[in-house]
Design a protein around this ligand. Structure first.
Ligand code: GLA
Length: 362
């Protein structure tokens, strides 16, 4: 039996830059998914502590993709792809158990996929290296599930390090752990899960991705990562929407590089203005925030945060703030009050420290 744990994530900065071959700076969360894989007598089956019943797959189902509940495609996807690759997958029983909230933008899906891939790699003796583990995990989400995501979530879930953020170059998929210890600067990373109902998430995400790819085509570059001067590029585009997308992606890449310098210098308070500028860029240029998210970000600033921003794909999800340690409770109360006043549902709040990436549990 192989048992692996893989975490969810928070992205500190660098939103919608990953599929533009750009830079991101995520950290792994203590919450994650634990997956065990063991031999079975016949067939393949999946059980989840968060869902009722067993999803069973017959031998022909491995090739034919029988209808399964959506969550199970994140698990069976790896088996389907290995089967397509010509791997003779013996009968196994897979059990998953996750404490990452779903639909909160904390990458519960990457935690699930990466823990399954690591446990299968060990149990089946696949011998995948770091690049192979990442490639298979990304294919599960992109090809088996069909979500056109950009790879950041799987990368951080596989390679995160405790006490560190991971500076990732999404073109060559290299990563470097950079110390992230807000407490050393008297700060806490406060997370507000707005619990805003996700609206149009899938379609809007794909539309942003298509828009960025179209802008790169019109600008004659392989990806928006290759644009250095946002103003010059914007002046060459006619479409107002594409102009805004380019401005967001190019300035966001620059903010990630600055954030890495700030972390290296250990001045975490200087991360604040970068967070806040990133939020404004997502709100005004990329247009992926919603009222709950904007309210949380603004309220945290009013309550003394040195910076705040939405994290993740957008249209709901979580907001992060760097808050002076002594003011975390008051900031949380201020957000709860602001949500009640606006008639929003109750948010959920927690402070987070950077945790380790995928690890064997035994
Ligand atoms: C989602 C996707 C990631 C990334 C972020 C936005 O989390 O899964 O690949 O694009 O949105 O930064």
């Amino acid at each position: 039996m192989a048992v692996w744990h893989a975490p969810g994530r928070i992205n500190l900065i660098g939103e919608h830059t990953d599929y533009n071959d750009g830079f991101v700076l995520p950290m792994a969360l203590p919450m994650g998914c634990t997956t065990s894989v063991e031999d079975a007598r016949e067939g393949w089956s999946v059980v989840s502590a968060q869902a009722s019943g067993t999803v069973a797959v017959t031998p022909s189902g491995l090739a034919d993709r029988e209808q399964v509940p959506e969550w199970a495609t994140y698990v069976l996807g790896a088996l389907w792809l290995l089967h397509d690759d010509g791997v003779d997958v013996p009968p196994v029983r897979i059990s998953v158990d996750s404490d990452v909230p779903t639909g909160a933008g904390l990458s519960s899906s990457a935690a699930l996929v990466c823990s399954v891939v690591r446990a299968l790699d060990e149990h089946l003796g696949l011998g995948l290296d770091a690049a192979g583990l990442l490639a298979l995990s990304r294919r599960v989400e992109n090809d088996a599930v069909g979500a056109p995501t950009g790879g950041m979530d799987q990368l951080i879930s596989l390679r995160g390090e405790a006490g560190h953020a991971l500076f990732c170059d999404m073109r060559d998929l290299t990563s470097e752990a950079v110390p992230f210890a807000p407490a050393a600067s008297g700060l806490s990373l406060l997370v507000v899960d707005t619990r805003a109902p996700h609206r149009l998430v899938d379609g809007e995400y794909a539309a942003r991705r298509d828009g960025c790819e179209e802008a790169a085509r019109q600008l004659g570059v392989p990806a928006l990562r290759d644009i250095i001067d946002a103003d010059e590029a914007v002046a060459r585009l006619d479409d107002e929407e594409l102009q805004r997308y380019v401005r967001h992606v190019v300035t966001e890449d620059a903010r990630v590089l600055e954030a890495v310098e700030v972390l290296r210098a250990g001045h975490l308070d200087r991360l604040g203005p970068l967070f806040t500028a990133s939020h404004a860029s997502m709100r005004d240029d990329f247009r992926i925030t919603v009222p709950e998210v904007d309210t949380a970000a603004e309220t945290l600033l009013d309550a003394g945060a040195v910076g705040s921003r939405m994290t993740g794909g957008g249209f709901g999800g979580c907001v992060i703030g760097l808050v002076p340690e002594g003011e975390v409770d008051a900031a949380g109360d201020a957000v709860r009050r602001a949500f009640a006043d606006a008639g929003f549902g109750e948010p959920s709040l927690f402070t987070a420290e950077a945790a380790a990436g995928a690890r064997a549990v035994r």
